[in-house]
Ligand binder design. Structure first.
Ligand SMILES: Cc1cc2nc3c(=O)[nH]c(=O)nc-3n(C[C@H](O)[C@H](O)[C@H](O)COP(=O)(O)OP(=O)(O)OC[C@H]3O[C@@H](n4cnc5c(N)ncnc54)[C@H](O)[C@@H]3O)c2cc1C
Length: 386
Protein backbone atom coordinates (compact mmCIF):
# COMPACT_ATOMS: atom_id res chain seq x y z
CA UNK A 1 0.00 0.00 0.00
CA UNK A 2 1.18 3.55 -0.74
CA UNK A 3 -0.40 6.67 0.72
CA UNK A 4 -2.32 6.99 -2.55
CA UNK A 5 -4.02 3.63 -2.37
CA UNK A 6 -6.41 2.24 0.18
CA UNK A 7 -5.46 -0.59 2.54
CA UNK A 8 -6.32 -4.17 1.61
CA UNK A 9 -8.76 -4.13 4.53
CA UNK A 10 -10.61 -1.10 3.08
CA UNK A 11 -10.65 -2.65 -0.39
CA UNK A 12 -12.07 -5.88 1.04
CA UNK A 13 -14.73 -3.82 2.85
CA UNK A 14 -15.65 -2.28 -0.51
CA UNK A 15 -15.89 -5.72 -2.15
CA UNK A 16 -18.11 -7.10 0.62
CA UNK A 17 -20.46 -4.11 0.59
CA UNK A 18 -20.66 -4.22 -3.21
CA UNK A 19 -21.53 -7.91 -3.02
CA UNK A 20 -24.24 -7.34 -0.44
CA UNK A 21 -25.76 -4.34 -2.28
CA UNK A 22 -25.49 -6.19 -5.60
CA UNK A 23 -28.01 -8.75 -4.28
CA UNK A 24 -30.52 -5.91 -4.09
CA UNK A 25 -29.50 -3.75 -7.07
CA UNK A 26 -30.84 -0.73 -8.90
CA UNK A 27 -34.03 -2.29 -10.20
CA UNK A 28 -35.07 -3.38 -6.71
CA UNK A 29 -34.27 0.11 -5.38
CA UNK A 30 -36.24 1.87 -8.13
CA UNK A 31 -39.23 -0.44 -7.72
CA UNK A 32 -39.30 0.32 -4.00
CA UNK A 33 -39.23 4.04 -4.74
CA UNK A 34 -41.99 3.88 -7.34
CA UNK A 35 -44.18 1.74 -5.06
CA UNK A 36 -43.74 4.18 -2.18
CA UNK A 37 -41.96 1.48 -0.18
CA UNK A 38 -38.81 1.61 1.91
CA UNK A 39 -35.37 0.02 1.72
CA UNK A 40 -35.51 -1.13 5.35
CA UNK A 41 -34.43 -4.66 4.38
CA UNK A 42 -31.14 -3.39 2.94
CA UNK A 43 -30.68 -0.91 5.80
CA UNK A 44 -31.05 -3.65 8.43
CA UNK A 45 -28.83 -6.03 6.49
CA UNK A 46 -25.96 -3.57 6.31
CA UNK A 47 -26.58 -2.85 9.99
CA UNK A 48 -26.40 -6.56 10.85
CA UNK A 49 -23.21 -6.97 8.81
CA UNK A 50 -21.63 -4.19 10.88
CA UNK A 51 -21.26 -1.71 8.01
CA UNK A 52 -23.78 0.88 9.17
CA UNK A 53 -21.95 1.69 12.38
CA UNK A 54 -18.47 0.94 11.12
CA UNK A 55 -17.30 4.45 12.14
CA UNK A 56 -18.79 4.25 15.64
CA UNK A 57 -16.88 3.06 18.73
CA UNK A 58 -16.94 -0.68 19.39
CA UNK A 59 -18.20 -0.28 22.95
CA UNK A 60 -21.44 1.17 21.52
CA UNK A 61 -21.96 -1.56 18.93
CA UNK A 62 -19.88 -0.04 16.13
CA UNK A 63 -16.85 -1.21 14.18
CA UNK A 64 -14.36 1.24 15.68
CA UNK A 65 -13.36 2.52 12.23
CA UNK A 66 -13.44 6.01 10.79
CA UNK A 67 -15.14 8.26 8.28
CA UNK A 68 -13.02 6.69 5.53
CA UNK A 69 -14.70 3.36 6.26
CA UNK A 70 -18.29 4.60 6.39
CA UNK A 71 -17.64 6.69 3.25
CA UNK A 72 -16.44 3.54 1.46
CA UNK A 73 -19.66 1.77 2.48
CA UNK A 74 -21.74 4.71 1.26
CA UNK A 75 -19.91 4.85 -2.08
CA UNK A 76 -20.20 1.12 -2.77
CA UNK A 77 -23.94 1.12 -2.05
CA UNK A 78 -24.38 4.00 -4.50
CA UNK A 79 -22.16 2.33 -7.08
CA UNK A 80 -24.55 -0.64 -7.02
CA UNK A 81 -27.44 1.74 -7.67
CA UNK A 82 -28.67 1.68 -4.06
CA UNK A 83 -27.69 5.09 -2.69
CA UNK A 84 -28.76 5.50 0.93
CA UNK A 85 -28.93 9.17 1.84
CA UNK A 86 -29.66 8.35 5.47
CA UNK A 87 -26.13 6.99 5.78
CA UNK A 88 -24.90 10.55 5.43
CA UNK A 89 -27.18 11.63 8.22
CA UNK A 90 -27.64 8.84 10.77
CA UNK A 91 -24.23 7.19 11.35
CA UNK A 92 -22.01 9.92 9.88
CA UNK A 93 -23.43 13.25 11.11
CA UNK A 94 -25.44 12.15 14.16
CA UNK A 95 -23.06 9.28 15.03
CA UNK A 96 -20.01 11.55 14.91
CA UNK A 97 -21.59 14.35 16.96
CA UNK A 98 -23.06 12.08 19.65
CA UNK A 99 -19.96 9.86 19.65
CA UNK A 100 -17.73 12.88 20.27
CA UNK A 101 -19.88 15.09 22.47
CA UNK A 102 -22.71 13.01 23.94
CA UNK A 103 -22.65 12.09 27.62
CA UNK A 104 -21.85 8.41 28.35
CA UNK A 105 -25.57 7.85 28.98
CA UNK A 106 -26.53 9.48 25.64
CA UNK A 107 -24.00 7.34 23.79
CA UNK A 108 -25.37 4.18 25.42
CA UNK A 109 -28.92 5.18 24.57
CA UNK A 110 -28.56 6.25 20.95
CA UNK A 111 -25.42 4.85 19.32
CA UNK A 112 -26.28 1.11 19.30
CA UNK A 113 -29.50 1.85 17.35
CA UNK A 114 -27.56 3.91 14.80
CA UNK A 115 -25.19 0.95 14.34
CA UNK A 116 -27.69 -1.87 13.87
CA UNK A 117 -30.19 0.30 12.01
CA UNK A 118 -33.02 -0.07 14.51
CA UNK A 119 -32.70 3.50 15.85
CA UNK A 120 -32.15 5.69 12.81
CA UNK A 121 -31.66 9.41 13.40
CA UNK A 122 -32.42 12.20 10.94
CA UNK A 123 -30.72 15.60 11.09
CA UNK A 124 -32.51 18.94 10.85
CA UNK A 125 -30.84 22.30 10.39
CA UNK A 126 -32.35 23.80 7.20
CA UNK A 127 -35.22 26.25 7.66
CA UNK A 128 -37.47 27.84 5.06
CA UNK A 129 -36.51 31.43 5.90
CA UNK A 130 -32.83 30.85 6.65
CA UNK A 131 -31.84 28.46 3.83
CA UNK A 132 -28.10 28.44 3.28
CA UNK A 133 -27.65 31.10 5.94
CA UNK A 134 -27.90 28.84 8.96
CA UNK A 135 -26.96 31.71 11.27
CA UNK A 136 -30.51 32.90 10.68
CA UNK A 137 -32.35 29.84 11.96
CA UNK A 138 -35.18 30.72 14.28
CA UNK A 139 -36.15 27.38 15.84
CA UNK A 140 -35.80 28.18 19.51
CA UNK A 141 -35.30 26.23 22.68
CA UNK A 142 -36.34 27.70 25.98
CA UNK A 143 -36.07 26.30 29.45
CA UNK A 144 -39.11 25.33 31.48
CA UNK A 145 -37.86 24.04 34.82
CA UNK A 146 -35.52 21.17 33.92
CA UNK A 147 -37.24 20.64 30.57
CA UNK A 148 -36.71 22.30 27.23
CA UNK A 149 -39.50 23.56 24.98
CA UNK A 150 -38.73 23.63 21.24
CA UNK A 151 -40.60 25.68 18.64
CA UNK A 152 -39.86 26.20 14.97
CA UNK A 153 -39.96 24.82 11.47
CA UNK A 154 -37.54 22.87 9.28
CA UNK A 155 -37.55 21.99 5.59
CA UNK A 156 -36.06 19.34 3.25
CA UNK A 157 -35.33 17.04 6.17
CA UNK A 158 -34.48 13.59 4.82
CA UNK A 159 -35.93 10.38 6.16
CA UNK A 160 -38.03 11.70 9.05
CA UNK A 161 -40.59 8.94 8.37
CA UNK A 162 -37.88 6.28 8.81
CA UNK A 163 -36.27 7.84 11.85
CA UNK A 164 -37.00 7.31 15.52
CA UNK A 165 -35.36 10.59 16.41
CA UNK A 166 -34.20 13.77 14.73
CA UNK A 167 -31.10 15.67 15.80
CA UNK A 168 -32.49 19.20 15.67
CA UNK A 169 -30.38 22.35 15.59
CA UNK A 170 -32.13 25.07 17.59
CA UNK A 171 -31.11 28.27 19.29
CA UNK A 172 -31.18 28.83 23.03
CA UNK A 173 -30.67 32.01 24.96
CA UNK A 174 -27.29 32.37 26.61
CA UNK A 175 -28.00 33.11 30.30
CA UNK A 176 -24.94 35.38 30.54
CA UNK A 177 -25.04 37.38 27.31
CA UNK A 178 -28.73 37.11 26.37
CA UNK A 179 -27.63 36.19 22.83
CA UNK A 180 -28.93 33.15 21.00
CA UNK A 181 -26.53 30.25 20.53
CA UNK A 182 -26.94 26.98 18.61
CA UNK A 183 -27.79 23.87 20.63
CA UNK A 184 -28.48 20.33 19.44
CA UNK A 185 -31.43 18.29 20.69
CA UNK A 186 -32.49 14.72 20.08
CA UNK A 187 -36.21 14.90 19.38
CA UNK A 188 -38.32 11.72 19.12
CA UNK A 189 -40.39 11.74 15.90
CA UNK A 190 -43.43 10.71 17.94
CA UNK A 191 -43.15 13.55 20.45
CA UNK A 192 -46.41 15.50 20.93
CA UNK A 193 -46.20 18.70 18.87
CA UNK A 194 -43.69 17.25 16.38
CA UNK A 195 -45.29 16.89 12.95
CA UNK A 196 -43.96 16.31 9.46
CA UNK A 197 -45.27 16.08 5.94
CA UNK A 198 -43.52 14.87 2.79
CA UNK A 199 -42.39 17.34 0.13
CA UNK A 200 -43.17 15.98 -3.33
CA UNK A 201 -39.72 15.72 -4.97
CA UNK A 202 -38.66 14.62 -8.47
CA UNK A 203 -35.96 12.31 -7.10
CA UNK A 204 -36.64 8.60 -7.64
CA UNK A 205 -35.73 7.36 -4.18
CA UNK A 206 -37.48 5.56 -1.34
CA UNK A 207 -35.94 8.17 0.98
CA UNK A 208 -38.12 11.26 1.17
CA UNK A 209 -37.71 14.86 2.26
CA UNK A 210 -40.04 16.49 4.79
CA UNK A 211 -41.30 19.72 6.14
CA UNK A 212 -41.14 19.56 9.91
CA UNK A 213 -43.28 21.55 12.32
CA UNK A 214 -42.11 21.79 15.91
CA UNK A 215 -44.84 23.22 18.06
CA UNK A 216 -43.94 23.58 21.74
CA UNK A 217 -42.30 20.17 21.88
CA UNK A 218 -41.38 19.37 25.48
CA UNK A 219 -38.08 17.58 25.95
CA UNK A 220 -36.32 16.32 29.07
CA UNK A 221 -33.04 17.99 30.08
CA UNK A 222 -30.97 15.13 28.69
CA UNK A 223 -32.32 15.62 25.15
CA UNK A 224 -29.68 18.35 24.83
CA UNK A 225 -26.57 16.76 23.32
CA UNK A 226 -23.42 17.35 25.35
CA UNK A 227 -23.41 20.70 27.04
CA UNK A 228 -25.30 23.89 26.37
CA UNK A 229 -22.27 25.95 25.34
CA UNK A 230 -20.80 23.44 22.93
CA UNK A 231 -23.40 23.59 20.15
CA UNK A 232 -21.29 25.37 17.55
CA UNK A 233 -18.28 23.10 18.03
CA UNK A 234 -20.56 20.06 17.87
CA UNK A 235 -22.13 21.28 14.67
CA UNK A 236 -18.72 21.79 13.08
CA UNK A 237 -17.73 18.25 14.05
CA UNK A 238 -20.55 17.01 11.82
CA UNK A 239 -19.63 19.10 8.77
CA UNK A 240 -16.58 17.24 7.48
CA UNK A 241 -18.24 13.82 7.77
CA UNK A 242 -21.33 15.26 6.06
CA UNK A 243 -19.30 16.55 3.08
CA UNK A 244 -17.16 13.44 2.76
CA UNK A 245 -20.26 11.25 2.80
CA UNK A 246 -22.05 13.46 0.29
CA UNK A 247 -19.00 13.22 -1.97
CA UNK A 248 -19.00 9.42 -1.65
CA UNK A 249 -22.71 9.29 -2.36
CA UNK A 250 -22.01 11.25 -5.58
CA UNK A 251 -18.93 9.32 -6.72
CA UNK A 252 -20.84 6.08 -6.18
CA UNK A 253 -23.76 7.28 -8.29
CA UNK A 254 -21.33 8.54 -10.93
CA UNK A 255 -19.64 5.13 -11.06
CA UNK A 256 -23.01 3.46 -11.40
CA UNK A 257 -24.02 5.74 -14.29
CA UNK A 258 -20.69 5.26 -16.02
CA UNK A 259 -20.73 1.46 -15.64
CA UNK A 260 -24.16 1.28 -17.21
CA UNK A 261 -23.14 3.68 -20.01
CA UNK A 262 -19.94 1.77 -20.82
CA UNK A 263 -21.80 -1.55 -20.88
CA UNK A 264 -24.43 -0.10 -23.20
CA UNK A 265 -21.80 1.50 -25.45
CA UNK A 266 -20.16 -1.90 -25.92
CA UNK A 267 -23.41 -3.63 -26.83
CA UNK A 268 -25.37 -1.18 -28.90
CA UNK A 269 -24.55 -1.19 -32.59
CA UNK A 270 -26.19 1.31 -34.94
CA UNK A 271 -23.81 1.60 -37.85
CA UNK A 272 -21.26 -1.16 -38.31
CA UNK A 273 -19.63 -1.12 -34.89
CA UNK A 274 -20.68 -0.65 -31.25
CA UNK A 275 -21.43 3.00 -30.49
CA UNK A 276 -18.52 2.99 -28.01
CA UNK A 277 -16.14 2.83 -30.97
CA UNK A 278 -17.12 6.40 -31.86
CA UNK A 279 -15.04 8.94 -30.02
CA UNK A 280 -18.12 11.13 -29.67
CA UNK A 281 -19.39 8.49 -27.23
CA UNK A 282 -16.08 7.12 -25.89
CA UNK A 283 -14.36 10.39 -24.99
CA UNK A 284 -17.06 11.83 -22.73
CA UNK A 285 -17.16 8.50 -20.87
CA UNK A 286 -13.36 8.44 -20.56
CA UNK A 287 -13.52 12.03 -19.32
CA UNK A 288 -16.05 10.99 -16.67
CA UNK A 289 -13.83 8.14 -15.54
CA UNK A 290 -10.98 10.61 -15.01
CA UNK A 291 -13.20 13.12 -13.20
CA UNK A 292 -14.65 10.44 -10.93
CA UNK A 293 -11.21 9.09 -10.01
CA UNK A 294 -9.99 12.61 -9.22
CA UNK A 295 -13.01 13.23 -7.01
CA UNK A 296 -12.53 9.87 -5.26
CA UNK A 297 -8.91 10.67 -4.56
CA UNK A 298 -9.81 14.00 -2.96
CA UNK A 299 -12.59 12.31 -0.97
CA UNK A 300 -10.15 9.74 0.35
CA UNK A 301 -7.69 12.48 1.24
CA UNK A 302 -10.41 14.37 3.12
CA UNK A 303 -11.41 11.21 4.98
CA UNK A 304 -7.80 10.40 5.88
CA UNK A 305 -7.26 13.93 7.26
CA UNK A 306 -10.56 13.77 9.14
CA UNK A 307 -9.67 10.41 10.68
CA UNK A 308 -6.23 11.74 11.62
CA UNK A 309 -7.95 14.53 13.60
CA UNK A 310 -6.87 17.37 11.27
CA UNK A 311 -10.25 19.12 11.15
CA UNK A 312 -8.97 22.26 9.42
CA UNK A 313 -7.08 20.42 6.68
CA UNK A 314 -10.02 18.07 6.28
CA UNK A 315 -12.36 21.07 5.95
CA UNK A 316 -10.74 22.34 2.78
CA UNK A 317 -10.35 18.87 1.29
CA UNK A 318 -13.91 17.82 2.21
CA UNK A 319 -15.38 20.90 0.55
CA UNK A 320 -13.29 20.38 -2.58
CA UNK A 321 -14.16 16.68 -2.67
CA UNK A 322 -17.86 17.37 -2.34
CA UNK A 323 -17.68 19.96 -5.11
CA UNK A 324 -15.68 17.73 -7.47
CA UNK A 325 -17.83 14.68 -6.78
CA UNK A 326 -21.10 16.50 -7.45
CA UNK A 327 -19.75 17.94 -10.71
CA UNK A 328 -18.40 14.55 -11.81
CA UNK A 329 -21.70 12.86 -10.96
CA UNK A 330 -23.87 15.39 -12.83
CA UNK A 331 -21.71 15.06 -15.91
CA UNK A 332 -21.54 11.26 -15.71
CA UNK A 333 -25.33 11.02 -15.43
CA UNK A 334 -25.83 13.36 -18.39
CA UNK A 335 -23.33 11.42 -20.51
CA UNK A 336 -24.92 8.11 -19.50
CA UNK A 337 -28.30 9.38 -20.66
CA UNK A 338 -26.82 10.56 -23.97
CA UNK A 339 -25.06 7.23 -24.52
CA UNK A 340 -28.38 5.44 -24.16
CA UNK A 341 -30.11 7.60 -26.78
CA UNK A 342 -33.90 7.32 -26.45
CA UNK A 343 -33.45 4.51 -23.98
CA UNK A 344 -31.75 7.04 -21.75
CA UNK A 345 -35.05 8.57 -20.84
CA UNK A 346 -37.12 5.44 -20.42
CA UNK A 347 -38.06 4.11 -17.02
CA UNK A 348 -36.83 0.69 -18.13
CA UNK A 349 -33.21 1.85 -18.34
CA UNK A 350 -33.55 4.18 -15.35
CA UNK A 351 -30.86 6.62 -16.46
CA UNK A 352 -32.87 9.86 -16.52
CA UNK A 353 -33.76 9.48 -12.84
CA UNK A 354 -30.05 9.83 -12.12
CA UNK A 355 -30.09 13.35 -13.53
CA UNK A 356 -32.10 14.66 -10.61
CA UNK A 357 -30.44 12.42 -8.04
CA UNK A 358 -26.96 13.62 -9.02
CA UNK A 359 -28.17 17.21 -9.44
CA UNK A 360 -29.21 17.25 -5.78
CA UNK A 361 -25.52 16.83 -4.95
CA UNK A 362 -24.85 20.30 -6.32
CA UNK A 363 -27.37 21.77 -3.86
CA UNK A 364 -27.18 19.69 -0.70
CA UNK A 365 -25.93 19.43 1.95
CA UNK A 366 -24.03 22.56 0.97
CA UNK A 367 -24.41 24.22 -2.41
CA UNK A 368 -21.63 24.51 -4.96
CA UNK A 369 -21.73 28.30 -4.58
CA UNK A 370 -21.09 28.10 -0.85
CA UNK A 371 -18.15 25.78 -1.49
CA UNK A 372 -16.78 28.25 -4.01
CA UNK A 373 -17.27 30.99 -1.40
CA UNK A 374 -15.36 28.85 1.11
CA UNK A 375 -12.47 28.17 -1.25
CA UNK A 376 -12.31 31.79 -2.41
CA UNK A 377 -12.12 32.95 1.18
CA UNK A 378 -10.17 30.24 3.02
CA UNK A 379 -7.90 28.89 0.29
CA UNK A 380 -7.33 32.05 -1.73
CA UNK A 381 -7.67 34.66 1.01
CA UNK A 382 -10.23 36.67 -0.94
CA UNK A 383 -12.65 38.92 0.95
CA UNK A 384 -15.83 37.40 2.33
CA UNK A 385 -18.57 37.97 -0.23
CA UNK A 386 -21.69 37.44 1.87
C1 LIG B 1 -32.37 16.00 -1.47
C2 LIG B 1 -32.14 16.93 -0.34
C3 LIG B 1 -31.98 16.44 0.94
C4 LIG B 1 -31.77 17.30 2.01
N1 LIG B 1 -31.68 16.78 3.29
C5 LIG B 1 -31.53 17.63 4.34
C6 LIG B 1 -31.50 17.12 5.68
O1 LIG B 1 -31.61 15.90 5.92
N2 LIG B 1 -31.37 18.00 6.70
C7 LIG B 1 -31.27 19.35 6.50
O2 LIG B 1 -31.15 20.08 7.47
N3 LIG B 1 -31.31 19.87 5.24
C8 LIG B 1 -31.44 19.05 4.16
N4 LIG B 1 -31.49 19.55 2.88
C9 LIG B 1 -31.42 21.00 2.68
C10 LIG B 1 -30.13 21.48 2.01
O3 LIG B 1 -29.07 21.43 2.92
C11 LIG B 1 -30.42 22.87 1.45
O4 LIG B 1 -31.33 22.72 0.37
C12 LIG B 1 -29.18 23.58 1.01
O5 LIG B 1 -28.37 23.89 2.11
C13 LIG B 1 -29.53 24.88 0.26
O6 LIG B 1 -30.43 25.67 0.98
P1 LIG B 1 -31.77 26.22 0.27
O7 LIG B 1 -32.40 25.08 -0.43
O8 LIG B 1 -32.57 26.94 1.27
O9 LIG B 1 -31.25 27.22 -0.84
P2 LIG B 1 -31.01 28.83 -0.68
O10 LIG B 1 -30.26 29.08 0.57
O11 LIG B 1 -32.33 29.50 -0.84
O12 LIG B 1 -30.11 29.13 -1.90
C14 LIG B 1 -30.60 29.21 -3.24
C15 LIG B 1 -29.44 29.40 -4.20
O13 LIG B 1 -28.75 30.62 -3.89
C16 LIG B 1 -27.37 30.35 -3.73
N5 LIG B 1 -26.79 31.26 -2.71
C17 LIG B 1 -27.30 31.57 -1.49
N6 LIG B 1 -26.45 32.38 -0.84
C18 LIG B 1 -25.39 32.59 -1.65
C19 LIG B 1 -24.18 33.33 -1.55
N7 LIG B 1 -23.86 34.01 -0.45
N8 LIG B 1 -23.31 33.30 -2.59
C20 LIG B 1 -23.62 32.60 -3.72
N9 LIG B 1 -24.73 31.87 -3.87
C21 LIG B 1 -25.61 31.87 -2.85
C22 LIG B 1 -27.30 28.91 -3.27
O14 LIG B 1 -26.02 28.36 -3.55
C23 LIG B 1 -28.40 28.27 -4.09
O15 LIG B 1 -27.92 27.95 -5.37
C24 LIG B 1 -31.70 18.71 1.79
C25 LIG B 1 -31.85 19.19 0.49
C26 LIG B 1 -32.08 18.34 -0.57
C27 LIG B 1 -32.25 18.91 -1.95
Amino acid sequence: MTSFTESEERLELRRQVAKLAGKFGREWFTEKARAGEKTTELWLEIGKAGYLGINIAEEYGGGGGGIGDIAAVCEELSAQGCPLLLMVVSPAICGTIIGRYGTPEQKRRWLPGLCDGTGTMAFAITEPDAGTNSHNITTTARRDGDDWILTGQKVYISGVDEADNVLVVARAEDARTGKLKPCLFVVPTNAPGFEFSPIPMEIVSPELQFQVFIDDVRLPADALVGDEDGGLVQLFAGLNPERIMAASFSTGLARFALDRAAAYAKERTVFKAPIGSHQGIAHPLAQSHIEIELARLMTQKAAALCDAGDDIGAGEAANMAKYAAAEAACDAADRAVQTHGGNGITQEYGMAGLLVATRAGRIAPVSREMILNYVAMHSLGLPKSY
